[in-house]
Design a protein around this ligand. Structure first.
Ligand code: ATP
Length: 220
């Protein structure tokens, strides 16, 4: 069965989510209160609807509660974003992801029960800064404010050592959950598995610990 999503707010952020979800084969109901935005998405989304998401009766009549995941991508109108999130929560939507405009907005969204709060401009800035600082950390997925999964490229400081040689669980409190080697993926590597030059290690843990590992073991 196809996954079903609702995206509310079809600005650059919401619009790009709709396009990507569609290309990944999902069903997407795209909602905006601007008829021009909705027209633009009529041929892209599964369904595009003109609606004001701060109107509970409208969201109810669209059957929003039956969707697995709703993304609120309303940017500038913080009040509308908050009110929409409260209504979605009251309707019992299982998974609500909301775009925050600033830290205050983010705090309120977390308080009212948004499951995931994203801050695309800030997050992308952090990501680009990290990539610029290090050609070792290729990418990362933020799990919480303090924990991530990072893709770390093995350099010659650690190439040739096995997972147990590196002993990163004991030394740094982090874990290698997978290794990308060309097209191959080694899931949950064994203690005896050797890291080769150019391997991409998927490391999970607290950001401070992963950064400590990168600084000491790879660039120490
Ligand atoms: P981006 O940076 O992603 O382009 P933005 O931060 O500029 O977005 P806005 O353009 O303010 O965000 O909002 C995104 C969309 O949300 C707009 O197309 C706007 O029409 C829509 N929107 C705002 N309020 C509502 C609402 N109450 N109901 C439905 N859609 C809304």
């Amino acid at each position: 069965m196809k996954k079903e999503f609702v995206v509310i707010g079809l600005g650059r952020f919401g619009g790009s989510i709709v396009r990507e979800l569609m290309s990944l084969g999902a069903h997407v109901m795209a909602i905006d209160n601007s008829s021009e935005r909705v027209d633009e998405f009529a041929s892209i989304a599964t369904q595009a609807v003109i609606a004001n998401s701060t109107d509970e009766s409208v969201l109810t009549s669209l059957g929003i509660r039956n969707f697995e995941h709703v993304i609120v991508a309303i940017g500038e109108d913080i009040q509308a974003s908050i009110l929409t999130t409260i209504i979605l929560k009251e309707l019992g939507v299982a998974q609500i992801t909301v775009k925050a405009q600033n830290d205050y907005h983010e705090k309120v969204l977390r308080k009212i029960g948004a499951d995931v709060v994203v801050h695309p401009e800030r997050d992308m800035g952090i990501r680009i800064a990290n990539n610029m600082m290090s050609n070792t950390v290729l990418d990362y997925l933020e799990l919480s404010d303090e924990h991530s999964i990072m893709e770390i490229k093995a350099n010659d400081a650690i190439a040739g050592y096995s997972v147990i040689d590196l002993d990163i669980r004991a030394k740094y409190g982090i874990n290698i959950v997978g290794i990308k080697r060309g097209n191959e993926i080694i899931v949950s590597p064994q203690a005896s598995d050797k890291i080769l030059l150019g391997d991409i290690m998927l490391v999970i843990g607290a950001d401070v610990d992963i950064n400590r590992f990168v600084k000491k073991a790879l660039h120490g």
